[in-house]
Design a protein around this ligand. Structure first.
Ligand code: ADP
Length: 352
C-alpha cells in the first residue's frame, strides 16, 4: 500500500505541494483532480522518485522509499506524450521494460502476449507503431507500462490528446483492464468527468493542497468547499444567514424560501454569520406548488435528463438537472420546482 505523508515541495520558494497526505489501498484506482498548475505532476514526480520532497515521506507497505531510486521502485508511468519507440514494432514497444530487466525471451514473449490480449491488441505484435490510430497507440503505451507488472501505475493526463468520444470509450476500457489486473493506480487529470469515470476515490487539489478526498458520489453530494463545488460545475451558490426556526437550523433563501440545513458532520454554523449555500442541481422536480419559483432562461436536452437554467426573482441564475418531463417547459415561462429534502449544502462564507 502506498502512503504519502505530509509531503511538501517548493520551486523557487513557491510551494507546489503543501503537506499532502493520503494513501492508496492495494488494487485501488485514485484520481488526482485539479486545474493546471495545482501540483498534480509534481506529486507524481515525488512518488516516482524523480523529485525529492523537502519534507514528508512516500512509503510502500510502511517502508519509506526516500533512498530508493526511481528504477527500483517498480512503479509504472504513462504520460499524455507517451512517445512510443518509432523503430520498434508493437511487440518491441511492449517488451521494452521486460527486456531491460534481462528476462529470458520466452518469459518476455509470454508476458507480452498476455498483456496485449488484455488491452485488446492480440494480433498487433508485428504492426509498425507509426501506422496505428491514436486509440491503438494509447493501448500500446498502456500495455508497455503494464508489462513489467508495476506495483503502482501512474497515469498523467493519458487521454487528453484524444477526442471526447474516443476518450470515453478508452476510459471505460481502461477501468475494466485495471480492475481485472487488480492494478493499483493513480490517475491524474484536470477533467472531472474523466476522474469520475475511472476512479474509486477522487482527490481534489488546489494550489498544492488537498481540498477533499472521497468517492465520486460522496464528493458530489457533499463538496467540502465552494471551490470544490465550483470545480465540479456546481454553480448554484448563494450567500445566506442561518437562523433557527422552531429549534431547527435553516436559511431563508430569496430564491427558495425556508431550507433546513443538514449539518453533514460539520459544526452547525453560527446564527448571524453568513454562509455559502449550494443548492444541489439534481433531485428537483417541476411541480405546480414547488418551493422555488423562477423564469426559465435556458434548457438543453440530455436524453433522459434536461438541464434547466432558472432565474429567480432575486439572486443569480440557478441550474438544475431534471428527469425529462412529459410536458417541456418553454424558455421565458415561469415554473416552480420542488427541491428534494436536504437540497442545501453549506459551508462557512469566505471558505472559497
Ligand atoms: P499540474 O501538474 O497540476 O499542472 P505542476 O505540478 O506541473 O501542476 O506545477 C505546480 C506548480 O509548480 C506550478 O506553479 C508550476 O509552475 C510549478 N513548477 C512545476 N515544476 C517546476 C519546475 N521544474 N521548476 C519551477 N517551477 C515548477
Amino acid at each position: 500500500m502506498l502512503e504519502i505523508i505530509r509531503v511538501s515541495k517548493s520551486f523557487d520558494e513557491t510551494p507546489a505541494l503543501r503537506e499532502v497526505s493520503f494513501s492508496v489501498a492495494k488494487g485501488e484506482i485514485i484520481a488526482v483532480l485539479g486545474p493546471s498548475g495545482c501540483g498534480k505532476s509534481t506529486l507524481l514526480n515525488v512518488i516516482a522518485g524523480l523529485l525529492l520532497p523537502e519534507t514528508g515521506e512516500v512509503c510502500w507497505d510502511d517502508v519509506p522509499l526516500t533512498d530508493l531510486p526511481t528504477h527500483q521502485r517498480n512503479f509504472g508511468l504513462m504520460f499524455q506524450d507517451y512517445a512510443l519507440f518509432p523503430h520498434r514494432d508493437v511487440f518491441g514497444n511492449v517488451a521494452f521494460g521486460l527486456q531491460q530487466q534481462l528476462l529470458p525471451p520466452a518469459v518476455v514473449r509470454a508476458r507480452v502476449t498476455a498483456i496485449m490480449e488484455q488491452v485488446g491488441l492480440a494480433d498487433f505484435g508485428r504492426r509498425d507503431v507509426n501506422t496505428l490510430s491514436g486509440g491503438e497507440q494509447q493501448r500500446v503505451a498502456l500495455a508497455r507500462a503494464l508489462a513489467p507488472q508495476p506495483r503502482l501505475l501512474m497515469l498523467d493526463e493519458p487521454l487528453s490528446a484524444l477526442d471526447r468520444a474516443l476518450r470515453e470509450e478508452l476510459l471505460r476500457e481502461l477501468r475494466q483492464i485495471l480492475r481485472v489486473l487488480e492494478q493499483t493506480a493513480i490517475y491524474v487529470t484536470h477533467d472531472q468527468e474523466e476522474a469520475y469515470a475511472v476512479a474509486d476515490r477522487v482527490i481534489i487539489m488546489r494550489t498544492g493542497e488537498i481540498q477533499q478526498i472521497g468517492a465520486p458520489d460522496e464528493i458530489y453530494a457533499q463538496p467540502a468547499s465552494a471551490y470544490v463545488a465550483r470545480f465540479l460545475g456546481l454553480t448554484n451558490i448563494l450567500i445566506a444567514m442561518p437562523e433557527r426556526s422552531d429549534g431547527q437550523l435553516g436559511v431563508w433563501l430569496p430564491a427558495a424560501g425556508w431550507q433546513p440545513l443538514a449539518n453533514g458532520g460539520q459544526q452547525p454554523p453560527d446564527d448571524y454569520a453568513p454562509i455559502s449555500v449550494l443548492l444541489k442541481p439534481t433531485g428537483a422536480q417541476i411541480s405546480e406548488n414547488g418551493n422555488l419559483c423562477g423564469t426559465v432562461t435556458g434548457i438543453s436536452f440530455r436524453g433522459a435528463l434536461i438541464r434547466l437554467q432558472l432565474q429567480p426573482e432575486q439572486g443569480p441564475p440557478l441550474r438544475f438537472e431534471l428527469p425529462t418531463p412529459a410536458e417541456m417547459p418553454l424558455v421565458g415561462t415561469q415554473i416552480q420546482l420542488e427541491l428534494p429534502p436536504n437540497a442545501v449544502i453549506w459551508q462557512p462564507e469566505g471558505d472559497q
